[in-house]
Design a protein around this ligand. Structure first.
Ligand code: HEC
Length: 121
């Protein structure tokens, strides 16, 4: 009984947390909100990895370009790559769906930047 009372008091003290200051340190690096830094890798892991694969080889170029072999791909201008991602593209390998309605421009920029830095070397 005493324990329950204590718990209730504790709840009363901490509850209604609306006005309590949120702990800043453990904020997740989710790519949400305008102010948050956009995490290109997180976007890649969520939306792109199924075809392009974690190593950027696109299953040996069967599902998507093998960026580790086909260097010309990621050597294209950022604006061109961002347009391909935004509007989708169909080529010899297959079709990439358009991402413009799923991802915002700054997210597309971030994920293309991540791909260039990771696979385009
Ligand atoms: C359904 C499979 C699939 C998914 C999911 C996918 N892609 Fe693609 N992607 C492709 C294919 C296929 C191509 C190449 C099309 C071709 O040239 O035949 C491609 C090409 C590309 C290119 C090269 C564009 C160019 O201009 O040559 C980039 C950059 C790219 N994808 C980025 C992304 C990003 C970023 C995501 C996640 C937001 C993503 N892809 C998700 C299949 C996919």
């Amino acid at each position: 009984m005493k324990k329950l009372l204590f718990a209730t008091l504790l709840l009363a003290a901490c509850g209604g947390g609306e006005s309590a200051p949120a702990p800043k340190a453990e904020a997740p690096k989710a790519p949400e909100g305008e102010a948050a830094k956009v995490d290109g890798k997180a976007i890649y892991d969520q939306y792109c990895v199924s075809c392009h694969q974690a190593d950027g080889t696109g299953m040996g170029g069967k599902m998507a370009p093998d960026f580790t072999q086909d260097k010309a791909r990621l050597a294209k201008a950022d604006a061109d790559l961002e347009k391909s991602v935004k509007d989708g593209m169909t080529g010899d390998i297959g079709t990439m769906p358009p991402w413009g309605s799923t991802l915002k421009d700054d997210q597309i920029k971030a994920v293309v930047g991540y791909m260039k830095a990771t696979f385009g070397k």
